[in-house]
Design a protein around this ligand. Structure first.
Ligand code: ATP
Length: 289
């Protein structure tokens, strides 16, 4: 095999709580992660016979770096160094996941390259071993290795399996705003959070197959930092809700918003309400994966 094509899926958070700031500067989180059907294409090819390892990254997004600033590059580098791989690896990424959107797009690409290089060079690494390499590159990478519905605790690396939520339709809308993850974390005050999301309650509703119970409780404490700064996020949420979403929420540190629908027609109605609007830069109708 000298070429492999992978889908790197984005995630949303159907619950996100910040528990405390740790001494190492990271935050302890309690999140429910859910893969959605919005994905980047990651194409990896190998050419053998080089003196050392070589990595070439290209993307269809001008603003992304093609060197070590790209998490996909770093994923290839750590495995090629660790296993002394003397080949040239070319990685091409077609981006669909909103960049810096709160959907862990960079981590998804990183996880796809770890999985892809593992297969391409028959390294035989397990998901757990790939997750150990991945966590050094980004807190969401261990989750992205496996995806699905998971509770993620610690900095995001302690994962617990959950059943898939009841069938629904999901709109992903990226408001035309740039939110810095650093800004959000530096403004969050875990000790002052009054209303912590009911993560256990969301999980109970998922286990009971209760879409409405789940939607009633979805919450993200980071909204309290981002929405006052970027009111456009609230505007997009309101449009989704007034067009039939059972509920809508910001994902991760934002600004991407998702709406959950019990009916495809209502979801299409929301798509119509938002498509062509200059304040929304990306819009998808999809499902949980
Ligand atoms: P998270 O939800 O984990 O906070 P995010 O969705 O907000 O992540 P990403 O799209 O993962 O944000 O990227 C954040 C930054 O990481 C970008 O500004 C970008 O420069 C850098 N980055 C590095 N590699 C990638 C990649 N392959 N795709 C997207 N961003 C990347």
């Amino acid at each position: 095999m000298d070429k492999i094509e992978l889908k790197a899926y984005g995630k949303i958070n159907i619950g996100l709580d910040v528990i405390r700031k740790r001494e190492d500067g990271y935050h302890d989180l309690d999140m429910i992660m859910q893969t959605v059907g919005v994905y980047d294409d990651v194409i990896i090819s190998r050419e053998d016979g080089t003196q050392t390892y070589e990595i070439e990254v290209s993307t269809d997004a001008d603003i992304l770096p093609n060197d070590k600033g790209n998490l996909a590059f770093m994923a290839a580098k750590v495995l090629m160094e660790a296993y002394d791989i003397k080949s040239k690896v070319k990685i091409h990424i077609n981006k669909r996941i909103p960049i810096a959107g709160g959907m862990a797009g960079g981590s998804a690409d990183c996880a796809a390259v770890l999985r892809g290089v593992n297969k391409l060079f028959q390294l035989g690494l397990t998901d757990e071993q790939l997750q150990e390499y991945g966590v050094k590159l980004g807190a969401d990478v261990p989750y992205c290795i496996v995806g699905g519905t998971k509770r993620a605790q610690g900095i995001g690396e302690i994962l617990t399996d959950l059943p898939t939520p009841p069938k629904c339709y999901v709109i992903i809308a990226k408001p035309d705003a740039f939110v810095s993850t650093k800004f959000v974390y530096s403004h969050i005050r875990p000790a002052q959070i009054e209303n912590h999301p009911d993560i256990d309650g969301i999980i109970e509703s998922i286990k009971a197959g209760d879409l409405y119970g789940m939607c009633e409780k979805i919450a993200n404490v980071m909204e309290d930092v981002t929405i006052p700064e970027y009111p456009i996020i609230q505007k997009v949420k309101d449009i989704l809700k007034s067009n039939g979403a059972v509920n809508a929420l910001m994902s991760g540190s934002g600004p991407t918003v998702f709406g959950i629908y019990d009916d495809e027609e209502k979801a299409k109605q929301s798509m119509d309400a938002l498509s062509g609007k200059e304040f929304v830069s990306q819009l998808y109708l999809t499902k949980f994966i």
